[in-house]
Design a protein around this ligand. Sequence first.
Ligand code: CUA
Length: 189
Amino acid sequence: MVASVPADPPGGEDVARRVETRWAIVMVGIVALLVAMVIFTGLHWATMPPSRVETIDPTTLHVAGEFVESNLGSAAEADGSVTVRIVGQQYSFTPQCIVVPAKTPVTFRVTSADVIHGMIITGTNINSMVSPGFISTFKTTFDKPGDHLMPCHEFCGTGHEGMWANVKVVEPDAFAKLVGPARRASCDL
Ligand code: CUA
């Protein structure tokens, strides 16, 4: 004997269609949101070089403003952090040696006076392009004292392989002793 098939509840097809439509709208909405995020972040990042940057006129670097020679190197800030300003040029970094304290927030601000350079601090994840016209800014905290090399890693001309600086990370007390009345510190070589 054939078992009798239970009848669909009244309106079951309508309910299923409504639920499916609702889920379809939700899914399309999620996909549209993700695509919008991809487009926004893509365009946003495409408008500037890597790392957070500000622009600066490379032709007047040495004359006035933040990157005049007397303002380069490590500066102790009122909040206890340290700001390091560096200029890259064919074929050196100024200053040639950078001293920073360990266990202290350090902000690097770097720009180029001529062509595109790069900088990487060995043993850390600090790695940035250094482009004329832009200020590469990044923040870090060194865990422990140590000496690091900071080579240029972007081919910038015949002297490229000779372009590097030293980064000395010292204990905070030792750094405090190096800080002079102008709230700056330089390598005590
Ligand atoms: Cu500067 Cu390579």
